[in-house]
Design a protein around this ligand. Structure first.
Ligand code: XMP
Length: 514
């Protein structure tokens, strides 16, 4: 596998994992390293190619992330993207300055030279631009291969040295032919054979887990969601009975979910796991009483989880490792995936308390997107109905109840959500949105029911379509289905007199409400 490795050097841009993911889609193994990685370490890895990512800085400013000239003299093909493109020019003697016009969004790019990177790409094509600075003059020896109306150097190269740069973002789907460009780089220019597959990832991860864990005892945080289920089965393949799975029912699960999870992973289910269910509902409700601030709620739920695990670990004795099903979007949105801003501290990541009573945390899915986790799950032989089910966040209904969480509000949102899911399934739409759920707004309003005035809560229905949960669009649920759901919720769920449908996309919204 290693002979085919391409490395992505991270300069803090938003799309860095997307770059890695596109490379994996070309069946080439890929890892991301910080720009601070020593050149000697890079040489030792002997990658087939190097990609420099975008980033928020100006490369000509003194304390901006940078790299040495030597990186371009290793004889390894290098592709610079956006900031990476500007940095390559800056380091090699070109000129980068603040652009007179900021380019942002879909832009037409004109390809003006025969370039291996643009093989099979249309001469005029749409790309995604996002930059303040621009390359006003390429470094000596570089040929300009593409431009846009506002950007004289949209792409350039020095073919003999295999150095390529692209100002726009080929990794983003808005760049219509971007995948072809990355394919051309990794498969043709770097000469990777494209032998990597998801099953190699699974095998390799199992191998790495075995090496890391040795004879140690491992505790797995199993929520029954897709991510932690895939992580648990992967661990159980790797280390069998050294693994204990702990499932905490925090009282913030969907209706009947606790029993469903137990039915699958407990002693009656198909897996040979040490499975422990802990009913900790009261404990969580007490900690959450009176708390309304979303980040505080997330932190409390995350911390309480860890405390419950620690207690369980003590009972088992000498637990060395804790497994978590953290996946890449959790990492990036918690601000740990480079220099991107914190959006939410996702449970399992930013929500961890400072002192955790385990030797180490194992996160085998940390570099994967949701759809890749599902592929890994199928590789592991986990049944489709489990692998393809919609995601459910670690803090559960705690972040679908705006404001204070109480047992009564949990009951309302559980019942409303169960009706919504039932009606979506009845309408044959359950494979249509990628995620859908009911949430409880903290708003109460006046209504009338059976000639009586009501003053009750409003439920919000959400349904989104997305590829990787980094961006999402509201799903067009047929109006008749929404009406049916509305009428059932109002009739069947005490305490609700109004139902909203949330039309917001991500961005500017997020999928969850808190
Ligand atoms: P947001 O709300 O960030 O959600 O747009 C994106 C996806 O992540 C899920 N999500 C979480 N998953 N722990 C998780 O395991 C969390 O704290 C968390 N917050 C959001 C959300 O359900 C959606 O699929």
């Amino acid at each position: 596998m290693d002979e085919e490795k391409v490395i992505v050097i991270d300069f803090g841009g938003q799309y860095n994992q997307l770059v890695a993911r596109r490379v994996r889609e070309c069946n080439v193994y890929c890892e991301i390293y910080s720009y601070k990685t020593e050149i000697e370490q890079i040489k030792k890895m002997n990658p087939k190619g190097i990609i420099l990512t975008g980033g928020p800085n100006s490369c000509f400013e003194a304390d901006s992330p940078t790299c040495g000239r030597e990186l371009f003299e290793l004889g390894i093909p290098v592709l610079g993207l956006c900031y990476g493109a500007q940095l390559m020019m800056h380091v090699l003697g070109g000129v980068v300055e603040h652009a007179p016009v900021r380019e942002y969004g879909k832009t037409e790019v004109m390809i003006t030279a025969d370039s291996p990177i643009f093989e099979q790409v249309s001469k005029r094509t749409t790309c995604w631009m996002s930059h303040f600075d621009y390359i006003s003059k390429p470094a000596p020896g570089f040929e300009i291969t593409a431009h846009t109306a506002d950007c004289p150097v949209a792409a350039a190269e020095q073919k003999e040295k295999n150095l390529y740069l692209i100002q726009f973002h080929p990794e983003v789907l808005h760049t219509a032919e971007g995948t072809k460009m990355l394919y051309n780089f990794v498969r043709k220019i770097c000469g990777c054979k494209g032998t990597w597959r998801m099953d190699s990832f699974v095998e390799d991860s199992i191998q790495k887990i075995r090496e890391k864990v040795g004879a140690g005892k491992v505790l797995c945080a199993l929520s029954g969601g897709v991510d932690s289920s895939v992580a648990a089965v992967m661990l159980s393949e790797a280390i069998g009975t050294q693994l204990t799975c702990v499932f905490v029912d925090h009282g913030l699960l969907r209706k009947n979910e606790g029993d469903e999870v137990e039915a699958v992973f407990g002693s009656e289910g198909p897996y040979e796991l040490n499975f422990i269910r802990i009913n900790a509902q009261e404990r969580f409700y007490q900690k959450l009483a009176g708390v309304t601030e979303p980040e505080e709620k997330r932190k409390i739920i995350g911390e309480e989880f860890i405390r419950v695990f620690e207690e369980e670990a003590k009972k088992i004795g000498a637990v060395d490792f804790l497994v978590q099903g953290t996946i890449y979007p959790d990492v990036v949105e918690s601000g740990l995936g480079g220099e991107s801003a914190v959006i939410k501290s996702h449970h399992n990541v930013g929500g961890l308390p400072d002192c955790v009573d385990f030797k180490e945390i194992v996160e085998p899915l940390r570099n994967l997107f949701k759809d890749e986790v599902r592929k890994a799950g199928l590789e592991l032989g986990i049944p489709e109905y489990l692998v393809l089910r919609q995601p459910f966040p670690g803090p559960g209904l705690g972040i679908r109840i705006i404001g204070e969480v109480t047992a009564e509000k949990v009951r309302i949102v559980q019942d409303a959500d169960a009706i919504y899911r039932e009606e979506i399934a009845n309408a044959g739409l359950n494979r249509n949105p990628d995620q859908y759920f009911a949430a409880l707004t903290n708003m109460r309003s006046v209504g009338v029911m059976g000639d009586e005035r009501t003053y009750d809560y409003a439920v919000a229905l959400r349904a989104v379509n997305t590829v990787d949960f980094m961006t999402a669009e509201a799903t067009e649920i047929p109006f008749a289905v929404l009406q049916k759901v509305m009428s059932r919720i109002i009739n069947e769920v005490d305490g609700v007199n109004r139902v909203f449908y949330d039309l917001t996309s991500k961005p500017p919204g997020t999928v969850e409400f808190e």
